[in-house]
Design a protein around this ligand. Structure first.
Ligand code: TNX
Length: 512
């Protein structure tokens, strides 16, 4: 009799467990971009079900809310978030701060069959780690709707931290204006790949895009045009603050740029007194550069930039304000130097450090000024010689507005064509002789907007190259390799499609 019961029990057990094995996922089915410092595959698979318990440290509720929302939307599960108990639970998802991770944005992730533990020493590190968790989940996690699939995460142990402190993209909202919602979308895109700064090019010849209360015509007149003659637009100070806050929730800092003394026609058209001849210029809707300059000899010029930087600094929590300095072909060289030295000091007076395009290293740099290397090796070297650090954005490698190939319908080609491989396969620390990793603060991929009239256009030039720039900034150079990157990138297109991203389907990639 006992034997019979034992048999029945054994058979029942077997029927249940053999007929319904826990589904498995393997790490090969997923792809991580940027590639982490260390990834160790483990046995087993973690499954998120409607019963999975989430234990999240109190102070991390805000950091994890976007992730939890995504998870609830995609799984359709009514997931529960619990406080983190003092003795760590033996199963479920645990997200907590811990001093076991030392790097500021680093994180440690351990996934086993029963448990997922994500830890970091800062909320930013947790946020970066969550982007890895999203990539370890099935692609359907990024969809804005429920999918009835098994939510599997392959068991793995990951330690990770960034190579460069500053990893950024730039959006030019001056040549064509982009709305607050568009900018938020752009922020979401770069946040997914662990970038931590968004540089917004707020002013140029064709448009002034930020409200400055002490100089209202900047937006009254200066904002009313764009390339091709459209109606332009600008952000009110409240809207700018909304962008800053949206970015901050994703641990992204905003670097606002007021480009000067060139690229200033929109200001010169708004206020006659800023012109040396006292006459306002006409609004400009073409795409030439180098024809405009603030009047270097007038006191009012410095009152103007003092007001602009004061108001902008008050709205900007980050350490940096970008003061431009590129292509000032209508400014005398000595005037340019005089002006850029003053502009750095004005930024400093308002508690900010300056960033300037590489021409700025012709001037005497303040110790904390960063130089954005886009054009000339000599300028980059001159900056390093002065002891200043670089943001590397070399146009021929990192300009997302360059066409991929001759058939690309939008974009420019003055710095050459940048296909996916060219955009990925370079090292910022070996571009210029004598410039090493220690001279480099970070990497930025600018997207200039002369030819971009919609978010579809933005997406087309951004995807997939942005993933490569994110990896260049984050991943150890010794772990980067075009052949393996290409395979990882090939797996990402399902996500682009689920998000309705208008990506460039490069023939260089065997899209899975
Ligand atoms: C050069 S890059 C510029 C921009 C243009 C861009 C187009 C830089 C600092 N200046 O004014 O928009 O080329 O690629």
């Amino acid at each position: 009799f006992d034997f019979k019961i034992w048999c029945i029990a054994a058979i029942t057990l077997c029927v249940y467990s053999c007929a319904k094995p826990t589904p498995q996922a393997s790490l090969e089915e997923r792809s991580l971009i940027p590639t982490p410092v260390s990834v160790q595959a483990l046995e087993g698979t973690f499954q998120i079900t409607s019963n999975t318990q989430f234990y999240i440290q109190d102070t991390l509720q805000k950091t994890t809310v976007e992730f939890m929302d995504k998870l609830v939307t995609a799984t359709g599960f009514n997931l529960k978030v619990n406080a983190l108990p003092s003795s760590e639970p033996s199963e479920g998802v645990v997200i907590k701060l811990s001093d076991q991770v030392s790097q500021k944005e680093g994180y440690a992730l351990k996934v086993s069959a029963d448990k997922l533990v994500l830890q970091a020493s800062t909320p930013a590190g947790i946020y970066r780690g969550l982007q890895t968790v999203v990539q370890l989940l099935p692609s359907a996690i990024v969809a804005n709707e429920e999918s009835p699939i098994d939510w599997l995460i392959p068991a793995v142990e990951i330690t990770d931290y960034p190579l460069y402190e500053y990893r950024a993209a730039m959006l030019d909202v001056a040549r064509h204006f982009f709305s607050v919602d568009d900018v938020k979308k752009y922020i979401d895109y770069i946040a997914a790949y662990k970038m931590n700064n968004l540089h917004i090019h707020l002013t140029d010849d064709q448009g002034w895009r930020i409200e400055i209360k002490s100089w209202p015509e900047l937006t009254g007149i200066g904002a009313s045009t764009q390339v091709g003659g459209g109606e332009g637009g600008f952000y009110t100070q409240e809207q700018y603050t909304e962008i800053v806050q949206y970015a901050a929730q994703r641990y992204i800092n905003i670097v606002p740029e007021i480009d000067m003394p060139g690229h200033t026609n929109s200001a010169l058209a708004s206020y006659p007194e800023l012109n040396c001849d006292g006459k306002a210029t006409e609004p400009y809707t073409g795409i030439e550069v180098g024809f405009s300059t603030l009047c270097i000899d007038k006191d009012i010029t410095y009152e103007f930039i003092d007001d602009v930087i004061r108001e902008l600094a008050a709205l900007t929590p980050g350490e940096y304000i970008h003061i431009g300095g590129d292509e000032s072909h209508s400014t005398e060289p000595e005037d340019f130097i005089f002006f850029m030295e003053k502009a750095q000091q004005i930024a400093k007076d308002h508690g900010k450090k300056a960033i300037g395009w590489d021409e700025i290293s012709n001037a005497e740099l303040l110790d904390e000024t960063l130089v954005q290397f886009w054009a000339k090796d000599e300028n980059a070297k001159a900056a390093v010689k002065q002891g200043n650090k670089l943001i590397v954005s070399k146009a021929a490698k990192a300009y997302m507005d360059m066409k991929y190939d001759t058939l690309t319908p939008i974009g420019l080609n003055w710095a050459g064509l940048i296909n996916v491989e060219t955009g990925y396969d370079w090292d910022p620390a070996s571009l210029v002789e004598g410039i090493d990793r220690d001279d480099i603060y970070g990497v930025e991929a600018p997207l200039w907007g002369e030819t971009l009239t919609s978010m579809r256009d933005v997406e087309y030039l951004m995807f997939p190259r942005i993933l490569g720039y994110a990896e260049i900034g984050w991943s150890q150079d010794s772990l980067r390799n075009w052949d393996t990157y290409k395979e990882r990138l090939a797996k990402q297109h399902h996500r682009f499609e689920l998000m309705d991203i208008n990506y460039y389907q490069s023939k260089e990639i065997d899209w899975d």
